[in-house]
Design a protein around this ligand. Structure first.
Ligand code: ADP
Length: 493
C-alpha cells in the first residue's frame, strides 16, 4: 500500500523536499539554496525558473535517497514562502519578471497612496491585513505597470499570477493546475477572508484583471496531478508556511498557539470559526483546514528581531562565535544582573507600533559582563513573544495555557525555559523539527485518506514547565516594561 507523502517546502532561501511516512516521521530530506537577487538594497527578487529547478532537483534527490519508488508515494503537500509574486505568460510559460519577494519594499510608496485614499479600514475589514508592501496585491500592480507590454498582455487574458505554490503546481502539471489555497490567498491583500472570494473592489483599485488570478481551494483538498519523474502524483495539501506550521503543530483548536523562533518570530493563534479583529495591530488570517471542516481563522503577530539579535551578538558585537554558544553563556550566570536589551533595531512592532524606536541596553552596572548581555539578548526574544501572547489574549478573550515552539532558536533550551517562566505557560518543542513541512504533509495525507487519525502522528516533544516564582516573574516583567518605555522615550524629540 502507498503510504508515503512527498512535501515540497519552498522557503525564502532554499527549496526542500521531504518524504514523510503515514506516522509523520521523516524518511528523507533534500535541500537546495537559490540566489537572492537585490537590484537595490530594498528590492528583493528570486528567479522563478531557478526556484523551479532547485525544487525539482531537491525532489529527485529526496526520492533517490529514500530508496523508494515514486510509485510508493501516495500524494504531495506543498508549503511555501507567502506573499511572493510571480506573473507569467500562460501561452509560453515564461515569467514576465523575476519573483518579487515578500521582503521587497518597492511598493511602499504605492501603499502610502492607498492609505491616503482612506482605504485602511476597508482593507482591514475585508482582508484582515494592514496596508503594507509585504502583501502580494501591490507587487502584481507594480509588474503590470512597469514591465513593458505586461498590462496589454494581462488585459488580453494572457498573463497569470501565482504565489510560489501556484507557480510550482502550474509548471509541474504542464499548465493544467492554476490554483492556490485559502491561506496563501489570504496574504494577497486581494482576498475577502469572510466571503472567501477575490474582492472585486480591491481588484479594481489595484487595476488587476481577475482572469490572472488562481482558483482558491481549501488547504486540504485535491488540486490535481503533477508529474514527478514521469509519474503523476496528486497534490492534496497546500498551505503558506506559517499556517502550515500551525497545522503541523496540531494547533487546530481555539486558543492553540505556536511561535516560530527564526530570524524574526511568527506567533499564530487559532481563533476557530471567528475572524477576530485585533485592537493591537495583529493580522487576521485564514488557518489551514481540510475539505469538510469549517473555515478557521488565526491571529498573527510578529517579532521583527528574534534570533537576529543572536546573529547581531555573533557578527557585530563578536561576543559569541556560534548562535548555539549563547545557551552556555546564559546558563553561566544566575540572571541578567538587571540588564535588559530591547532589540528595536527596526522599530517596535505589536503591541507598541513605534517605527522610530531604536535598540537600547538598559540597567548596566560595573559588574555586568558578556554572559549577562548574551542572556539579556535571549531573554528579549522571550519578552517580545510574551508581549504578543498578552496582546492576542486580550484581542481574542482567550487564555493561552501552552505554546508550541519551532524554528532555529527553539533549539535553545535556556530560551524555551525562560519563555515558560516569563509567560507562565508550558512551552512544547516537538522532536520533529519539521513542523512547517509536516503541516502540508498532514493536510495532504488526510485528504488522500492515508492518514485516518492524527492521533497516530508521532508527537514526541519536550515540555518546558514554568519554574519561576511569581514575585520574580513580576519583577522581571516590570523591568522589561520600563526598558521598553525608556526605549520609546529615547527616540522621542
Ligand atoms: P529563518 O527560517 O528565519 O532563516 P531559522 O529557523 O533557520 O530562521 O533560525 C535561524 C535563527 O535562529 C538565527 O537568527 C539564529 O541566530 C537563531 N538561532 C539558531 N540556533 C540558535 C540557538 N541555539 N540559540 C539561539 N538562537 C539560535
Amino acid at each position: 500500500m502507498k503510504k508515503y507523502i512527498l512535501t515540497l517546502d519552498e522557503g525564502t532561501t532554499s527549496a526542500r523536499a521531504i518524504i514523510f511516512d503515514e506516522c509523520g516521521s521523516v524518511v528523507s530530506l533534500a535541500q537546495n539554496e537559490f540566489t537572492q537577487i537585490y537590484p537595490t538594497p530594498s528590492f528583493v527578487e528570486h528567479d522563478p525558473i531557478e526556484i523551479l529547478s532547485a525544487q525539482y532537483s531537491a525532489i529527485t534527490e529526496c526520492i533517490i535517497k529514500s530508496g523508494l519508488n515514486v510509485q510508493d508515494i501516495s500524494c504531495v503537500g506543498i508549503t511555501n514562502q507567502r506573499e511572493t509574486v510571480i506573473v507569467w505568460n500562460r501561452l509560453t510559460g515564461e515569467p514576465v519578471y523575476n519573483a518579487i519577494v515578500w521582503q521587497c519594499r518597492r511598493t511602499a510608496p504605492l501603499c502610502e497612496e492607498l492609505k491616503s485614499q482612506g482605504l485602511e479600514q476597508y482593507i482591514a475589514d475585508t482582508t484582515g491585513l494592514k496596508i503594507d508592501a509585504y502583501f502580494s496585491g501591490t507587487k502584481i500592480k507594480w509588474i503590470l505597470d512597469n514591465v513593458e507590454g505586461a498590462r496589454e498582455q494581462a488585459e488580453r487574458g494572457e498573463l497569470l499570477f501565482g504565489t510560489v505554490d501556484t507557480w510550482l503546481m502550474w509548471k509541474l502539471s504542464g499548465g493544467k493546475i492554476h490554483a492556490t489555497d485559502e491561506t496563501n490567498a489570504s496574504r494577497t491583500m486581494l482576498y475577502d477572508i469572510h466571503n472567501l472570494c477575490w474582492d472585486k473592489r480591491l481588484l479594481e483599485i489595484l487595476d488587476i484583471p481577475e482572469s490572472m488570478l488562481p482558483t482558491v481551494q481549501k488547504s486540504g483538498s485535491v488540486f490535481g496531478d503533477i508529474d514527478i519523474m514521469g509519474v503523476p502524483l496528486s497534490v492534496c495539501g497546500v498551505a503558506g508556511d506559517q499556517q502550515s506550521a500551525l497545522f503541523g503543530q496540531h494547533c487546530v483548536n481555539v486558543g492553540d498557539v505556536k511561535n516560530t523562533y527564526g530570524t524574526g518570530c511568527f506567533l499564530l493563534m487559532n481563533t476557530g470559526e471567528t475572524a477576530v479583529k485585533s485592537q493591537n495591530g495583529m493580522l487576521t488570517t485564514i488557518a489551514a483546514t481540510t475539505q469538510n471542516a469549517p473555515t478557521q481563522y488565526a491571529l498573527e503577530g510578529s517579532v521583527f528581531i528574534g534570533g537576529a539579535v543572536i546573529q547581531w551578538l555573533r557578527d557585530e558585537m563578536k561576543l559569541i562565535e556560534t548562535a548555539a554558544q549563547s545557551e552556555e553563556c546564559a546558563l553561566n550566570v544566575r540572571d541578567s544582573a538587571g540588564v535588559y536589551i530591547v532589540p528595536a533595531f527596526a522599530g517596535l512592532g505589536a503591541p507598541y507600533w513605534d517605527m522610530y524606536a531604536r535598540g537600547t541596553i538598559c540597567g548596566l552596572t560595573r559588574g555586568a559582563g558578556r554572559n549577562h548581555i548574551v542572556r539579556a539578548a535571549l531573554e528579549s526574544i522571550a519578552y517580545q513573544t510574551n508581549d504578543l501572547i498578552n496582546a492576542m489574549q486580550n484581542d481574542a478573550g482567550i487564555t493561552v495555557t501552552s505554546l508550541k515552539a519551532d524554528g532555529g532558536a527553539s533549539k535553545n533550551k535556556f530560551l524555551m525555559q525562560f519563555q515558560a517562566d516569563i509567560s507562565n505557560i508550558n512551552v512544547i518543542c516537538p522532536d520533529n523539527a519539521e513542523a512547517t513541512a509536516l503541516g502540508a504533509a498532514l493536510l495532504a495525507g488526510i485528504t488522500a485518506g492515508i492518514i485516518k487519525d492524527t492521533n497516530n502522528i508521532n508527537i514526541s516533544a519536550t515540555t518546558f514547565t514554568p519554574r519561576m516564582e511569581s514575585d520574580e516573574r513580576s519583577h522581571n516583567l516590570s523591568g522589561w516594561k520600563r526598558a521598553v518605555n525608556s526605549t520609546i522615550s529615547f527616540t522621542k524629540e
